[in-house]
Design a protein around this ligand. Structure first.
Ligand SMILES: [Zn+2]
Ligand SMILES: [Zn+2]
Ligand SMILES: [Zn+2]
Ligand SMILES: [Zn+2]
Length: 283
């Protein structure tokens, strides 16, 4: 059973005597508005004891009070995971109300997120939290940056030769060493993109663009890549695609869209591409 302990400054003081006839069921600030209080609780108590995910209504308990979340309960076949015998499950409405009412700080509070999020929505929020740190993609760097805040790191630190700055909607030429797995592209608004390069032996090089970011921001990005043959410039190829978003690039290349440029289009050491990245408001 969950145990609560008060964590606010008044926790050790005796509660004030209740006025005669007052409603003890709700605490209010004197103006009739419900008032939250700070509490401490062992977060493990708020996770399902079977799948360890945050408890999220509907919640079910056996006749002995052992709780399971909906997806776990649906797999129990009326056998309690603790009692190990036939059980009669029922909804635990009181616990559902408690977990629905609990607000917790975001895991990225120390990076600046001030949001108090519903415990049941915590994972969803943190998946897209704007303050979730992102690893700098330059090998060996180890710096943690944030969505849309990269130019300081790339300009001030040691990467000034390792990226291209670009303006959305304007094409720019990239001369890429064929052996490099990616080139960092920095948008005018400090969003960080990677032009990925994968050697697809025996065909050629596959190029695509990903954006390292978190958060459901107001922008969606697209890109175009053009390549022309070094032997016969009339032979050219082009890709228009939407940019894939990622928290970090772990060496996996997008499979939905990429431009496969034959070796004939490249010199032995370098590849020249025309690239543009577009930005539009997401709906
Ligand atoms: Zn579960
Ligand atoms: Zn049980
Ligand atoms: Zn957050
Ligand atoms: Zn770095």
């Amino acid at each position: 059973m969950a145990k609560f302990s008060f964590a606010d400054a008044d926790a050790d003081e005796d509660p004030p005597p209740a006025a005669a006839g007052s409603d003890k069921r709700k605490r209010d600030g004197g103006d009739g508005n419900a008032m939250g209080i700070s509490m401490r609780i062992d977060p493990d108590l708020l996770d399902c004891s079977i799948c360890f995910e945050p408890l999220c209504p509907p919640l079910y308990q056996c006749q002995n009070g052992h709780v399971a979340c909906l997806s776990c309960w649906s797999m129990l076949s009326n056998k309690c995971h603790v009692c190990s015998h036939d059980a009669i499950f029922a909804r635990n409405i009181a616990l559902e109300k408690i977990v629905e009412s609990i607000k917790s700080s975001c895991a990225y509070a120390k990076w600046g997120c001030c949001e108090l999020v519903s415990y049941t929505q915590r994972n969803t929020h943190e998946e897209s939290c704007f303050f979730a740190p992102l690893m700098c993609p330059i090998p060996g760097c180890g710096y943690r940056g944030f969505t849309g805040r990269w130019s300081g790191h790339f300009l001030v630190d040691h990467h000034s030769a390792d990226f291209l700055h670009f303006v959305y909607g304007q094409s720019f030429e990239v001369n890429l060493e064929a052996s490099l797995p990616f080139l960092v592209l920095l948008g005018e608004d400090d969003h960080l993109f990677l032009l990925l390069n994968k050697n697809m032996t025996p065909f050629g090089h596959a190029f695509s663009v990903v954006c390292l970011r978190t958060g459901d921001l107001n922008w969606k990005f697209s890109y175009e890549i053009e390549a022309a043959s070094t032997r016969n410039p009339e032979n050219c190829m082009q890709l228009k695609a939407s940019v894939t978003n990622a928290k970090e690039w772990e060496g996996l290349h997008p499979t939905e869209s990429f431009l496969l440029v034959p070796y004939d289009f490249c010199s032995s050491t370098n590849i020249t591409l025309s690239v543009s990245v577009g930005r539009s408001a997401s709906v």
